[in-house]
Write a protein that binds this ligand. Structure first.
Ligand code: FAD
Length: 393
């Protein structure tokens, strides 16, 4: 059967929902169908790495169910349905109903790809431990992980020292779980912080009792009759854990677009300032979109994109711009704010002591092009953001 909607949005993350909401706010009445590979609940993804410390059960993180969302937006919301076929010539997508082993063809006038980014899997986890290895990138993942914690105090080995790994480490530690971090890099938050600041965060974590295994890769993860899971590292050390959390980075989900012939790069679906892809009537925004060469993968850029795209789709072509929006890392053990420079700086000017450090990235002309702040120095966030160049001017 074929069903027609004026606008199809693939993805019900903050980008897809943000766009639908912005359109309705402008009074737009067109028919909208939204499709999600997951439960379609409306939730704030950044809160996932703050839930354990706050004692929030997964359902408390869901602001609205998919049904409530559909009512609010006057949209049809199709959940648990990954789209695998996009037919750009016939302006349609194919939806598979696995249970009924049937297909529905959905045709559109306008298509928006808001498919987000998926956790990278740097290695295959052995089936003998896979039931205790997790990656948390949506509310459904968080539900499974939360169920595995089962109100006990457990040992969690986190693989990865980036934003997601560090935030979950701090959150699980605050929830009185025993946390280890294992990563090949030698400092925490290597893509956000120069080494002295990454070390300051590492010291705050170590002092709190989080075990750091930095500069280490994993040789094996195996079940153990007494120890639960044992991770063997390249230097021969072993880490025992009850659960493993993989926080090994995110890759934009470009496969659907790429298979349909829409231009993509390793950093996302390529779109212009009006969020237009290489194909007419197909747009992209959020973690999947690379806007004029920039894929920020944060909330503020996707909110600005949703607003601009809603204006464009309602007849006011609007180019998006991104400000100098720093990343606020949710690590209460040592607050971190970072606005990483887009190009390699000529030098970092680093000042401060203990956990209170500010690092200013300068180009060869001495101009501020980025910054990183820890501890009490995070107060300089607003002042430095004003002085720094925008992400996308
Ligand atoms: P997603 O939320 O990933 O949504 C993608 C949607 O597409 C999903 O509904 C999925 O089911 C659907 N989908 C994908 N493929 C298909 C398909 N083939 N068919 C159908 N549906 C499909 N940012 C900040 O600015 N501040 C923070 O403090 C912060 N903290 C974070 C903490 C964590 C733990 C994580 C993981 C991220 C954090 N971020 C933060 C980043 C921020 O959450 C993301 O940038 C944002 O949520 C991305 O939204 P999105 O809608 O683009 O993608």
């Amino acid at each position: 059967s074929t069903f027609h909607t004026e606008l199809v949005i693939i993805g019900t993350g903050m980008a897809g929902i943000g766009l639908a909401r912005a359109l309705r706010r402008l009074g737009d009445q067109r028919s909208i169908t939204m499709i999600s590979a997951d439960s379609g609940d409306d939730y704030s993804k950044p809160l996932l790495s703050t839930g354990v410390a706050k004692g929030l059960a997964p359902d408390q993180l869901a602001q609205r169910s998919a049904t409530e969302l559909g009512d609010e937006l006057n949209a049809r919301i199709i959940t648990h349905t990954p789209v695998s076929t996009l037919d750009v010539d016939n302006r349609s997508i194919l939806l598979e109903d696995e249970q009924a082993s049937s297909y529905e063809r959905l045709s559109y006038d306008t298509l928006v790809l808001a498919t987000g980014a998926a956790p990278r899997e740097p290695f295959k986890v052995d089936p003998s431990v896979s039931s205790r290895c997790f990656a948390i990138n949506n509310l459904d993942d968080y539900r499974r992980f939360y169920a595995a914690l089962d109100h006990r105090h457990v040992r969690v080995a986190i693989i990865g020292a980036g934003l997601v790994g560090c935030e979950f480490a701090n959150d699980l530690h605050a929830g009185r779980h025993q946390v280890s971090i294992i990563a090949p890099e030698t400092t925490l938050l290597p893509r956000l912080l120069p080494a002295p600041l990454g070390n300051a965060l590492g010291e705050a974590f170590s002092e709190a009792g989080i075990h750091l295994h930095l500069g280490r890769t994993i040789n094996s993860i195996a079940p153990h009759s007494i120890e639960g899971i044992v991770l063997r590292l390249d230097n021969g050390d072993t880490v025992s854990a009850d659960l493993v959390l993989m926080a090994t980075g995110l890759a934009p989900r470009t496969a659907l677009a790429e298979a349909a012939g829409v231009s993509v790069s390793p950093t996302g679906i390529e779109v212009d300032r009006q969020l237009r892809t290489s194909h007419p009537d197909i747009y992209a925004l959020g973690d999947v979109a690379c806007v004029d060469g920039v894929n920020a993968m944060y909330v503020q850029p996707l909110q600005a994109s949703a607003k601009a795209l809603a204006a464009t789709l309602t007849g006011t072509p609007t180019s998006v711009s991104f400000g100098a929006w720093p990343v606020v890392v949710k690590t209460p053990l040592l607050p971190v704010v970072a606005y990483p420079p887009k190009e390699t700086p000529a030098r970092w000017r680093i000042e401060g002591e203990g956990g209170d450090i500010s690092a200013l990235a300068e180009n060869k002309d001495g101009r501020l092009i980025g910054f990183a702040l820890t501890g009490g120095c995070v107060r300089r966030k607003v002042e430095l953001s004003r002085a720094a160049p925008t992400l996308l001017g």
